[in-house]
Design a protein around this ligand. Structure first.
Ligand SMILES: [Ca+2]
Length: 225
């Protein structure tokens, strides 16, 4: 009888830990990810006016919460995103991310080198905690007037678990800050700015629909490996 009562009490005491969605240790847990970027934007796949030196510029990304969006259909680009999209330079964007981190919207910021040989690939590493369960990154499609690619707001922690692997196509986005309509167009600052949208010029469109520029694979790095 006493044993039964003790067992019942133990189960009762354990219940909060079984039912509580995010325990303190889970919330603190740091997990490691790799983000593999594969650039597949070539003269064969995108024949119209294809540039001589196709590049994806220096990469910059961050983990963040739901209240932050790195780029989103219909949004207006920040000056930091404009500088990445038009020049491939992340200097102002880096400061904007620091400001967002001060406002507790951003977890970690990570960067990586450009992809100079396309088709080609690069890998970025970052760490995440459950308080900042989303990941985003951007890079300039270069040369271009103001076109970027990347992913925005990929959710890595859901149903109380970190996802192991996700694969996402990369699309070309126009950030609405330059009115040039081809890769090598002269600068034509867009005033007022237009909203961010998918590039739907014939450079990234054919009979079958929009043409992607590659893919990203995000995979968790297991600690016991
Ligand atoms: Ca501009």
């Amino acid at each position: 009888m006493v044993t039964t009562m003790w067992l019942t009490l133990r189960v009762f005491l354990a219940l909060p830990f079984l039912l509580w969605p995010l325990t303190a240790s889970q919330a603190q847990e740091t997990v490691a990810y790799r983000l593999h970027i594969e650039a597949a934007w070539t003269a064969e796949s995108h024949p119209l006016d294809f540039p001589e030196h196709p590049t994806f510029s220096r990469m910059i990304g961050a983990t963040h919460d739901l209240d932050y969006a790195m780029f989103r259909d219909g949004d207006t680009a920040s000056s930091g995103l404009e500088l990445i999209a038009e020049r491939g330079r992340p200097s102002i964007f880096r400061i904007e991310l620091e400001e967002a981190r001060d406002r507790n919207l951003i977890g970690t910021v990570f960067e990586g080198g450009e992809i100079e040989d396309i088709p080609g690939r690069t890998t970025l590493s970052f760490e995440a905690i459950a308080a900042f369960p989303h990941v985003s990154f951007v890079t300039m499609i270069a040369p271009s007037p103001d076109w970027i690619t990347g992913v925005s707001g990929v959710l890595l922690y859901r149903d109380n678990a970190w996802i192991d692997r996700v694969e996402i196509p990369l699309w070309a986005w126009d950030v609405g800050t330059d009115s040039g309509d081809s890769y090598a167009a002269f600068n034509q600052d867009t005033q007022p700015q237009q909203s961010i949208r998918l590039v739907s010029t014939p450079h990234f469109l054919n009979d079958r629909g929009l043409l992607g520029v590659g893919r990203v694979i995000i995979e968790r790095v297991k600690k016991d490996r």
